[in-house]
Design a protein around this ligand. Sequence first.
Ligand code: ADP
Ligand code: MG
Length: 247
Amino acid sequence: MEEGVALPEPLDKVIRVKLSGVELPLQLLSLVKIMGRGAEALLYYARFLGYPAVLKWRPPKTYRHPRFDSYVRRERTLTEARAIYRARKLGIRAPALFFVDPDNAIIVMEYVEGMLYRDLIPRTEIDESCRIARVIGTYAAMLHQEGIAHGDLTTSNVLVKGDGDVYLIDFGLAVTSADDEDKGIDVHIFLRSLESAHYHLYEKLFDCFIKGYASIVGSSGAERVIAKVREIRLRGRYVEERRARKR
Ligand SMILES: Nc1ncnc2c1ncn2[C@@H]1O[C@H](COP(=O)(O)OP(=O)(O)O)[C@@H](O)[C@H]1O
Ligand SMILES: [Mg+2]
């Protein structure tokens, strides 16, 4: 490890074993610094083969039964890796995968230097925020057309690069056989994240999102998902439960 970051013990062990063992990919990885803590993961800024990279590690959660915990961490890691791969194949921007270790719940991926859409909204022009919402709408519809739902489509899971390119991240709750309900939940979660953090702009930005969505699936497709969102909103608590499971 280049610079001495203090790693949590289990991760430290995994990395050390791999660094001194024969598992080539992680030999090429150096952890540089801690980026932060997401809802369920620890993120490290790293270098992989010299490329700026992010190591995402889902640490064990002691409140879950150990066997169930291993299962959950493994599944989310695999789900995330598969969904990123499929999204990229569809032409959606998402970080390139460098290395996946499901047993240890580790993903190493391309570092996307940018700002979270959530943080960008209050700092940029409404036209630019609208453009980005529209891109997110097209991405959502492209995924939905292929039967994939993102699972946590909030303004905090979108990164915008300096050149304006829009990236989706955090696919750990993706659904790969998405039905109308899962698609509606994606759109509902996006709408709600706009509502909670950017209240005065949410109608406008949601409209931009839907325009992007409709550009892929047509206005009837967009109307269908909006009808589903209405239904979900009337039901309410269902979605809260799903999200709570991530913690
Ligand atoms: N590939 C990446 N490039 C740059 N920053 C990233 C990348 N992946 C995650 N991040 C940063 O780490 C944060 C948490 O990552 P995320 O995948 O959303 O984890 P969680 O599931 O814990 O929310 C993101 O909000 C973002 O700021
Ligand atoms: Mg996140």
